[in-house]
Design a protein around this ligand. Structure first.
Ligand SMILES: [Zn+2]
Length: 469
């Protein structure tokens, strides 16, 4: 593999920024330095650009199937979109497998599918769909297979009940598995959605009314209480969407509990008014939890800046608008839930966060790469620019002269809409390198499907905000 020398860029890490050249050799970061020279290498001029560790998206569903609903992309197209958006590694949440299957069943299936198709590196979360002695035993096998995190749903038909969650937490504590939670109160949601009139079911705005903020807040509080009852077990809450939920998390953290939180761009940028868009476009935003109010958005940005929210991931789950319309036109409850986003995470967060001075440049790198690397057990091999680390590097151009207007036509992700349609972003990755290989450069994809490798993840490293500048 040819060496790569990136010259004249600004190196940005979660701690600091500095001007240096960066040399990549044999898939690893070899060194930084002034005026480095390496005859025979591929040379990239990064004048005016940033060099950052590749993005790590800790929450994707590139390959989701639920019943007869299947996402529009799959591991190949989804990972290509990720690479074009500067994400070099994803951690995929698998769908549920057959009833009563083992924990490894879905991990094995996704490992195989991702290995054949992904162009970015990938890890896989476990998923609990039932709990018994065998499943609890098998948690140790998961860890050995490089799966150091596993998901629990507190809502949907595959949800766990409190007794089951307690046994999972106890086991997780014993062996050091990080459990992640979709925290919503299932009964509140079921009760409210079962009472809708025909007219209400036709109106996508009802979706937000049937999943009120309190349904998330209650589930987060209950979950934290269960962790606390066991003397404190690290937990990771996916797609936090509410200001009140953040308060509960912050209060737990103040008591010394290890509670990590992830937020997604949709909850930082959209409000529930999206459900009122004309021509049934409100259906595009059917996802759970729904976007909330302006006050929630403001609080989530503040939590992200303060460090009480650790990670920005996407929950990328690319159902087409046409598919949502076909099923949900007369009843939004039948529309498949989920939105595309893996490609736009970095540009959106840079434009809306860094350029609007809500977060610093180093904090940006921390929340899109370094912190997820720590919590997902990928650090310091990934999520970090340092000699010896995997050369997962992006060249990020913060000053694209022409702002890019987000629309499906200028995105690689295979979706017939973008939830951020019409928004303009400034700043886009121009080169994506994974383990020393140019994967995207000058607008071209340079690898075949299957370049991405399954990553054996270690136990989570405790995360705390490192940045200040
Ligand atoms: Zn998800």
């Amino acid at each position: 593999m040819q060496d790569i020398l990136i010259k004249n860029g600004l190196i940005v890490t979660a701690e600091k920024s500095f001007n240096a050249d960066l040399l990549i050799s044999s898939g690893k970061i070899k060194r930084f330095g002034d005026s480095l020279d390496c005859p025979g290498s591929i040379e990239i001029d990064a004048t005016g650009k940033y060099l950052m560790p590749g993005g790590i998206d800790a929450h994707t569903h590139l390959n989701l199937h639920i019943g007869d609903n299947k996402v529009s992309d799959g591991f190949y197209e989804g990972s290509v979109a990720a690479a074009f958006g500067g994400t070099t590694c994803v951690v995929e949440h698998p769908s549920f497998g057959p009833d009563n299957c083992s924990l490894m069943h879905q991990v094995d299936a996704y490992k195989e599918e991702g290995g054949r198709n992904s162009v970015v590196d990938f890890g896989i979360h476990g998923v609990f769909q039932h709990v018994d002695a065998n499943i609890l035993d098998e948690c140790a096998t998961l860890l050995k297979a490089g799966v150091s995190s596993a998901k629990v749903y507190m809502t949907y038909s595959g949800r766990l009940h409190d007794l089951q969650i307690l046994s999972v937490l106890q086991r997780a504590k014993e062996i050091g598995l990080l459990t992640t939670y979709h925290a919503e109160n299932n009964d509140i949601i079921d009760f409210l959605s079962s009472r809708l009139s025909k007219k209400q079911a036709k109106d996508p705005y009802s979706h937000s009314l049937t999943r009120p903020a309190c349904s998330e807040v209650e589930a987060i509080f209950r979950l934290i209480s269960m962790s606390e009852a066991l003397g404190g077990v690290p937990i990771y809450i996916v797609h936090l969407s509410t200001a009140a939920g953040l308060l509960v998390i912050e209060s737990a953290r103040d008591r010394g509990l290890e509670v990590y939180a992830e937020v997604c761009p949709q909850h930082l940028l959209l409000t529930d008014s999206c459900y009122q868009e004309s021509d049934n476009k409100g259906l595009q935003y059917i996802m759970a939890p729904p976007p909330r109010k302006k006050e929630d958005i403001d609080a989530l940005w503040q939590g992200l800046a303060r460090g009480t929210i650790d990670v920005v991931a996407t929950d990328h789950c690319s159902f087409n608008f046409s598919a949502k319309l076909a099923k949900g036109k007369d009843d939004f409850r039948l529309a498949p839930g989920g939105i595309p986003g893996v490609e736009t995470r970095l540009p959106l967060l840079f434009s809306e966060g860094v350029l609007k001075k809500k977060i610093s440049l180093s904090r940006f790198v921390e929340v899109v790469s370094t912190a997820p690397a720590k919590l997902m057990g990928l650090f310091p091999q990934k999520g970090h620019l340092a000699p010896g680390a995997d050369a997962d590097v992006i060249v990020f151009d913060p000053n694209l002269k022409n702002e890019k207007i987000l629309t499906p036509k200028n995105l690689r992700q295979n979706a017939d809409y973008s939830p951020y349609e019409g928004m303009s972003v400034r700043g886009w990755p121009t080169t994506t390198i994974i383990r020393g290989q140019l994967v995207v450069h000058e607008g071209q994809l340079l690898v075949e499907k299957g370049w991405g490798q399954y990553v054996n993840r270690r136990q989570a490293v405790k995360n705390s905000t490192v940045t200040g500048d």
